[in-house]
Design a protein around this ligand. Structure first.
Ligand code: AMP
Length: 188
């Protein structure tokens, strides 16, 4: 069983690495950002609610996000393990995830933290904006997303560190190099 969280600032390459790691371990890749974007595209009520926050670089309220993750982790494909990408992102989400996993008889094996400095991630996000046209990849929104990450999400690394779960990985370098580092820290 492999149950993982991938954490890191926007633009650190989290989504790309998450897909590779999930495929390698044969576990579902659960990206809260992707679920929100799919809902925005389909015009669901959840999508309309999420869009109000995402377009400004703010976090979607925990009440919305937590319920969505609880439902997703109740699906049987997560029984052999799962990779959470972009969740938890706040201290209350850490508590909620603890509760969800306890309720479902699951546990976490590791938290992979991908590190990258602000200048590097801003450059990467602007490059992605040019290629993919993601609505929240404008310079102003990127700056806000990095601030929110530092204020809300960085503190959760300390919580998982205290539990001995964090494996830090340098996010600078090619996709292959970073992937090899992650596989190495996971003992794969
Ligand atoms: P991501 O694709 O992970 O960069 O997420 C894109 C956006 O979705 C974020 O900037 C937030 O607005 C929203 N989002 C994704 N995951 C969460 C979460 N765990 N809590 C709150 N908002 C989230």
């Amino acid at each position: 069983m492999t149950s993982l969280i991938l954490i890191g600032p926007p633009g650190a390459g989290k989504g790309t690495q998450a897909k590779l790691i999930a495929a390698k371990f044969g576990i579902p890749h659960i990206s809260t950002g992707e679920i929100f974007r799919a809902n925005v595209k389909q015009g669901t009520e959840l999508g309309q609610e999420a869009q109000r926050y995402m377009s400004r670089g703010e976090y979607v309220p925990d009440s919305v996000t937590n319920a969505m993750v609880r439902d997703r982790l109740a699906q049987p494909d997560t029984d052999p393990g799962f990779l959470l990408d972009g969740y938890p992102r706040t201290l209350p989400q850490v508590d909620e995830l603890d509760a969800i996993l306890a309720d479902q008889g699951k546990r976490l094996d590791a938290v992979v933290e991908i590190t990258a400095d602000a200048a590097e991630v801003t450059a990467r996000l602007l490059d992605r904006a040019a290629k993919e046209g993601r609505a929240d990849d404008t310079e102003e929104v990127i700056t806000r997303r990095l601030q929110v990450y530092a204020a809300e999400t960085e503190p959760i690394v300390a919580v998982y560190s205290a539990r001995g779960l964090v494996r830090k990985v340098d996010g600078l370098g090619s996709i292959e190099d970073v992937n090899a580092r992650i596989v190495a820290v996971l003992g794969g």
